[in-house]
Design a protein around this ligand. Structure first.
Ligand code: SF4
Length: 288
């Protein structure tokens, strides 16, 4: 039969064993957390849309990211001009909006070293494309100025966001433009995406299923715990198009982001050349 002292000793042993177990389990869970943080993947929303467009396109774009092609350069330059316009609007320094846009476009496209180098290229096709883009840019700034004529207050311009999809996956992206407008005496917050590409085949369904806008909307909700109206500024069709999201869109983004993350992590690529290759800026380098 156990004496009182022996019982006490056993209790102490049990306690020590218990605390050792507790310590060990907390070390394991700490290690798991560290491992999870180390394994946490950050994916930009553009990586996801590029991968969905074509995994080979995704690879080529990243491999050649220092030699931007004309289309990418044009989109970036035009967006830079728009952001400067919105910043001036926010600061109350935008006096002659059209003049402001023309000067900025001149600086971005004509004086910018990277784009002007293209003019010096021996390729006549490149020079023609450069000039066509210069004219296209002028039309784009005229349209932008017209579409932005409504009284508004710029709240957020070109700011990065993070959207937590799971413990292991974070989507990063950029809110292009969040503004406040007045409607029937009410203040309305609008999340705006500016689309500059010329795509006459863009249909309503594509806009509603646009992963970039779904992610920006979810990040807005996660960050500010509120909702915003969604709006496209479509430069090519010269229209403002409102859009909406339902929970199914969010589920679609989560599923897609997880599948893309898994494919990238495991180096899985499935290439399917088809009619989109005709418009692909990497078709000359593809499958070389
Ligand atoms: S040419 Fe076609 S297959 Fe190749 S990267 Fe472009 S879209 Fe993909």
């Amino acid at each position: 039969m156990e004496s009182g002292r022996q019982r006490d000793a056993r209790i102490i042993v049990r306690k020590e064993t218990g605390s050792e177990l507790w310590q060990a389990s907390s070390i394991i869970s700490e290690q798991q957390t560290v491992r999870r943080i180390q394994n946490r993947m950050k994916l930009d929303i553009k990586d996801i849309t590029d991968f969905c467009f074509c995994p080979n396109y995704y690879d080529l774009k990243r491999r050649t990211k220092d030699e931007k092609n004309m289309k990418v350069l044009y989109d970036e330059s035009l967006h830079n001009v728009f952001y400067k316009y919105l910043m001036a609007l926010q600061q109350g320094t935008l006096e002659n909006s059209l003049e402001f846009l023309k000067i900025r476009w001149g600086k971005e496209w004509i004086k910018n070293k990277k784009s002007s180098q293209l003019v010096l290229t021996p390729s006549a096709i490149k020079r023609d494309t450069y000039d066509a883009k210069r004219k296209q840019g002028i039309n784009a700034i005229l349209t932008f100025d017209e579409l932005m004529s409504e009284p508004q207050f710029p709240v957020v311009i070109n700011k990065p966001y993070e959207l937590r999809i799971s413990d292991d996956l974070i989507i990063t992206g950029t809110w292009e433009y969040i503004r406040e407008v007045k409607r029937n005496g009410e203040n309305i917050i609008q999340l705006v995406k500016i689309v500059t590409e010329s795509n006459k085949f863009r249909v309503r369904k594509q806009m509603d299923n646009d992963l970039e806008l779904i992610a920006a909307d979810m990040a807005f909700h996660q960050t500010f715990n509120g909702t915003a109206e969604l709006l496209y500024v479509d430069i090519y069709t010269k229209k403002m198009v409102s859009s909406y999201r339902v929970p199914e869109h969010q589920k679609m983004l989560i599923r897609t982001a997880k599948s893309v993350a898994l494919s990238i992590k495991n180096n899985l690529r499935c290439v399917s050349p088809d009619s989109k290759c005709y418009h692909c800026e990497y078709r000359d380098q593809c499958l070389k």
